[in-house]
Design a protein around this ligand. Sequence first.
Ligand code: NAD
Length: 716
Amino acid sequence: MIYQGTAIQVSKRPSGIARLVFDLPGSVVNVFNNLMLQELSDAIAAVAASDARGLICVSAKSSFLVGADIKEFTEKFKLSEQVLLDWAARTNEIFNAVEDLAIPTVTAINGMALGGGLEMCLSTDFRVASDTAVLGFPEVNLGICPGFGGTVRAPRLMSALSAIEWVRTGKQVGAYQALSEGAVDAVVAPDMLDDAAEDMIEQVLRGELDLQDRRAQKTGPLPMTADEIKQVFTEGLARTDKAAGSHYPAAVTAVDAMWQAADQSRAGALLLENKAFVTLARGEVAGNLVQLFLSEQFLKSRAKKLSAGAHPVKRAAVMGAGIMGGGIAYQSALRGTPILMKDIAQQGLDLGLSEANKLLAKQLERGRMDQAKVDKVLGSITPTLSYDGFEQVDIIVEAVVENPRVKQIVLAEVEQCVPQSTVLTSNTSTISISLLASALKRPENFCGMHFFNPVPLMPLVEVIKGEKTSAQAIATTVAYAQSLGKSPIVVNDCPGFLVNRILFPYFGAFCQLLRDGADFRVIDQVMERFGWPMGPAYLLDVVGIDTASHCMKVMADGFPDRMQYDFRTAIDHLYEAGSFGQKNGKGFYQYQSSAGGRPAKVFDEAILAFLKPLQVTQDAAVEINEDAIRERMMIALCLEAVRCLEDGIVSSAAEVDMGLLLGLGYPRFRGGALRFIDNMGVAEFCAMADKYADLGALYHPTAGLRAMAASGKSFY
Ligand code: NAD
């Protein structure tokens, strides 16, 4: 044994070649945490002091090494610039030590080699990959760039343009493509990997592979002229979306560092990488994206716990074959759970089926599905006007019109046609789950299952617990949502549940801005610049002005202190004029059918005159500049997010923020509403809100938030 650590062992084979095994205890994957890095350093020193003829690096896990330990980032990224720079430099010395060993080195890549894992591979002289291996630099997805020498070694081993693309996009690449781009030197069947790696060492020792050449290539400047360098990096940068780059700076910063480092040898190039890495790591965006990664993991583990003991769902049924029912049927059939789709009208069934057909035609057209699969999916949807077959159904999703009386009748009726164990759910957007449950004989078997429109695209499903809902019903619904490929969040019952409850104060703030004389187009621009995929006026058109008007009434009844408005809102004004938004072609904007299928949004001057009577604030002191718009919109939204957490609608900040991201498209790089408050500082946020106290309770920080401000606490 050359080295025996907790996570790394190095032994010597009969051939005299050392074999370094990564095997982090208590983890299904290998990651570079502090322990692993320290042991790598010690192990390489032991190899250097040994008489080994060569070194092969392998993994004992089913993947090779998936990168740095992201759980350690949150603390690490808070370090001061100098401390972080020193850490990056020290870490790089470990990988340099691998690269500078006197003996030939090869990595055997048996599976995923991502981020720091790939950087480990690049530090050895050669790489042989199993044909199942996957390589890539996913760092940009966390708002950072490779920090263990990846931006230095990749362009020197591959073509510069390939390396730029890998670093810039974070894409994952299969073994053969990695071979063709020069990231690995050979690809073999998984069972040949060890022999192939050893054989490569022997080839070097026999002089058939030139070690010195390879090392010179890896540690010298890029072998390109100044003009070639300029051309390739200009092209690399041109491919980076400039608009996205202002919100996600990692790609541009990384490519810039690679460019500056192009004429440098290893030491200089690594310094530039360190600097770029540290700048990004200490930035707000990386902090937000790292937190989101951790929140995603948290959500998954929570869903796993909550779905324990779920009844298997072999067959499902959806009641109501409208926009939502059709989408739910499509998604269930697509993911392998056959579904009955019931409506009261043939016309409804036709609409639901045409919805599913439209979605399948798109998949076929884009080559994502063949005709056989399309037929299979369609064959798994059984349209029906009767309750035949309901005796075999494990879960029901009710998606009929948004009317409590109708829903209660439908749910009570279907309850009689299904076995005792069948779970009933409602896709209501606003109606209290406990109220709907009062019509049922088995309220414990009932909960909300709130999908977002369009069902196939929107990842969130809110699973709503009524007063009497059992853990078993929640478990089955959570498991079914996961089987549909969705991210379920379990929430407690309240008007608007989690996402709409937070969204409607934002719409309220929007209506108040219009009352005070703001132009809705300007508000849209400001919020789109903030990072929202669409501004509030456009979003209202997409949601449907009729739907929004209905929801607003429910919210006003539920939270009259802050969501009952004493002025006429633009939403009601449009609704009463029959302008329902995108669905009937007129709302804040006008919509015309376009070749691409997505309605084209156009502005018609007439809307300004139509909205003019709503502007009642004559007070010139109300200044509505860009800052005021952004602040007013975000305060209303963030404070409702705080109230949801305080009221126990969900139990963690991560669920609040993930709900907004997955259900509303809240900009990822901003991390969420509670994260927004944390980033600003809770006390600073309260001070900002206090500027708008006169606008009403929507803008009043809660006592809990003020207490957090006083004690210096944060949500994360
Ligand atoms: P929709 O009007 O498109 O479809 C409703 C369907 O229910 C119609 O086909 C109708 O014939 C059918 N129906 C009515 N009574 C029925 C009964 N007794 N039995 C069986 N079918 C019956 O409505 P939608 O937009 O699909 O909305 C359905 C539900 O989903 C509503 O509760 C709505 O609030 C909720 N929801 C809608 C959205 C959205 O954006 N559209 C988003 C989330 C949730």
